[in-house]
Write a protein that binds this ligand. Structure first.
Ligand SMILES: [Zn+2]
Length: 582
């Protein structure tokens, strides 16, 4: 018997998860991949006496799509073990899929199901953990470049969700409800796979959660929509809050208890009422109660925003960290992996609970996945600045600092975040694309340990800004997200703050200049802030001075690269957040 490292990965990840029209799709896709990976890890442990090195907890709600473990075995049995683990995952997925497809069991589903998962695994004899780990990653990388899985090419109408596979399930639109002949060959229906698709009626409201009128789904996406708690041993959320629910979190929290139950009103209905729409029964639920909640919000003059934020972050240089590049004593890499994974898993759990307000009862948003170095979540705009800063600070406290105490490492463990603020009516795919793009810009243009925020206004205007979390000079450290958060609190604040006119004026004066000299910026800030101030008495001068100093420093920090308009875009975005939340 020899000891081997075992590396296992499962996909598709990015494409599968982001193929989403609703927040539930996003969550279900990520959960499914996560659980299948956990299932493979369980197999290694239970079936073959293996040990998992990372992730540290294979039953966590969010897992990465890969794991690394150790196993003792004879060389001759390795192929069989790898194949057996792979097969058990494929069987598990087929079982889950067939539970939702059983009623409609046909060969064509099997083909879509069986060619879907992209699984790779490698064994590597273990003698020096660090060298063998780097080697096994390289082998996996080269295997993945040779795409071995079967590509099916189908002709016909493509699925509304993934756009890749053929439609096997279709629900009629309102304009098609009079059609009696449901055979897919009926020329009056959209052209589907002849004789092989299931057609649902327009008025079958039991299907509302699974397939919308006019939607056509493939077997994989139909499975995604049908996942339920019973399919898994780990808790699955079958009613992930919608983007309109999340946009309204803060507004609803200010109402009396009787009006707070999210299962008794339709969040999208509230936003439609705000737009002056009339609610009809095919589109909206709980119409009577929804109207009552809306009236309450109006009576209490509570601000209702149509916008929410999608936040993504990702550990910087994770590949280098895992390969041991930054630790001085390479022989400690295995311990380093275990400790890092344990800390990341705990941080992931904490961040998920923090966002949904487990401890303080303040629902700030909802995480889609929180694996530790990798996070995606929806956040209510009122809490965005606070959430960003808290996540970053806690990553430092829960992951970076303790890792430094335990291991001799040269670099800081950091994260970069991408945030999009977007209207609830804009397609979710757009939000996902932009959050990912901003995360990329925080890393590439912001030099990592940074965040990038974009606002996509419903008018079509887009503004974006990129900042390091911290700036240091002359022995002083400045936290840029904190300054922006504090600014959002004093803007549009009638008693103690400033109107936004100073932002507009400042940008029209200086927006086109490459560099504004320090003294000039400070003097102009002071003058304009004075004119925008709503504060009276002695405090006015103090606050004007305080904010002209802070903003002058922020301006100086913005001169470190990125984009010329970075400072003005940041002020505009903070102003937008303040306006939407007050
Ligand atoms: Zn699909």
């Amino acid at each position: 018997m020899t000891e081997y490292l075992f590396l296992f990965t499962i996909g598709p990840v990015q494409s599968f998860i982001v193929q989403a029209r609703k927040t539930q799709d996003l969550y279900a896709g990520s959960f499914l991949i996560s659980r299948l990976c956990g299932f493979a890890a369980e197999k290694l442990v239970e079936g073959y006496g293996g040990k998992i090195i990372f992730p540290s907890d294979i039953f966590a709600e969010s897992l990465p799509n890969r794991f690394i473990g150790k196993i003792e075995a004879d060389e001759s049995s390795l192929q069989a073990i790898g194949k057996e683990i792979e097969k058990s995952v494929r069987d598990e997925f087929r079982d889950i899929a067939f539970k939702s497809l059983k009623k409609y069991d046909k060969d064509i589903f099997k083909m879509q199901i069986d060619t879907f998962l992209d699984i790779h695994w490698v064994f590597q004899p273990l003698s020096d953990y660090q060298k063998d780990y780097v080697e096994i990653e390289q082998i996996l990388g080269s295997i993945k470049n040779i795409r071995t899985f079967v590509q099916i090419s189908e002709t016909g109408r493509k699925c509304s969700l993934c756009g890749e596979r053929n439609v096997l399930f279709y629900r009629k639109r309102e304009s098609e409800k009079w059609i009696k002949d449901n055979r897919p060959s009926n020329k009056l229906l959209p052209k589907l796979l002849d004789g092989k698709s299931e057609i649902f009626e327009y008025n079958d409201i039991n299907l509302n959660k699974i397939i919308a009128p006019g939607e056509g789904l493939c077997a994989i996406c139909f499975t995604k929509r049908n996942l339920s708690e019973n399919d898994f041993s780990v808790k699955f959320n079958d009613s992930f809050p919608s983007t309109s629910n999340i946009a309204l979190y803060h507004a609803i929290s200010q109402l009396p208890e009787d009006f707070k139950n999210p299962n008794k009103f339709d969040a999208q209905g509230i936003l439609a009422l705000k737009d002056g729409k009339h609610l009809n029964e095919t589109e909206f639920e709980y119409i009577e109660d929804t109207c009552k909640v809306y009236e309450q919000l109006k009576d209490k003059k509570i601000k209702i925003s149509d916008y929410y934020a999608l936040v993504m972050f990702d550990g910087d240089h994770m590949g280098k960290w895992l390969s041991g590049e930054y630790i001085k004593d390479k022989s400690r890499l295995e311990d380093f992996h275990k400790e890092l994974s344990r800390r990341l898993t705990n941080f992931g759990k904490w961040s998920k609970e923090y966002i949904c307000g487990k401890d303080d009862n303040i629902e700030k948003g909802h995480a889609v996945y929180a694996g530790g170095d990798d996070f995606m979540g929806f956040v209510c705009l009122d809490y965005l600045m606070e959430v960003m800063q808290k996540l970053r600070d806690e990553f430092d406290v829960q992951v970076n600092e303790p890792m430094h105490k335990k291991f001799a490492i040269g670099e800081k463990l950091t994260i970069s975040a991408g945030i999009i603020i977007i209207h609830y009516k804009d397609p979710l795919s757009e939000a996902l694309k932009w959050a990912r793009k901003m995360e990329h810009e925080a890393k590439e243009n912001g030099g990592r340990d940074a965040f990038a925020i974009a606002v996509m206004k419903h008018s079509g205007e887009i503004r974006k800004t990129i900042w390091k979390w911290n700036y240091e000079s002359g022995g002083c450290s400045r936290n840029s997200s904190e300054v922006l958060k504090d600014l959002s609190n004093v803007l549009h604040n009638d008693k103690t703050g400033f109107s936004n006119t100073f932002i507009k004026n400042l940008e029209s004066e200086f927006g086109s200049m490459k560099v504004v000299e320090d003294g000039m910026m400070k003097a102009e800030l002071k003058r304009l802030l004075g004119r925008s101030s709503k504060i009276t008495g002695d405090r006015k001068n103090k606050e004007v001075k305080n904010w002209s100093n802070k903003l002058k420093e922020l301006y100086a920090d913005s001169q470190t690269g990125y984009m010329e308009s970075n400072f003005f875009s940041a002020l505009d975005i903070v102003d937008f957040i303040a306006r939407e939340t007050r």
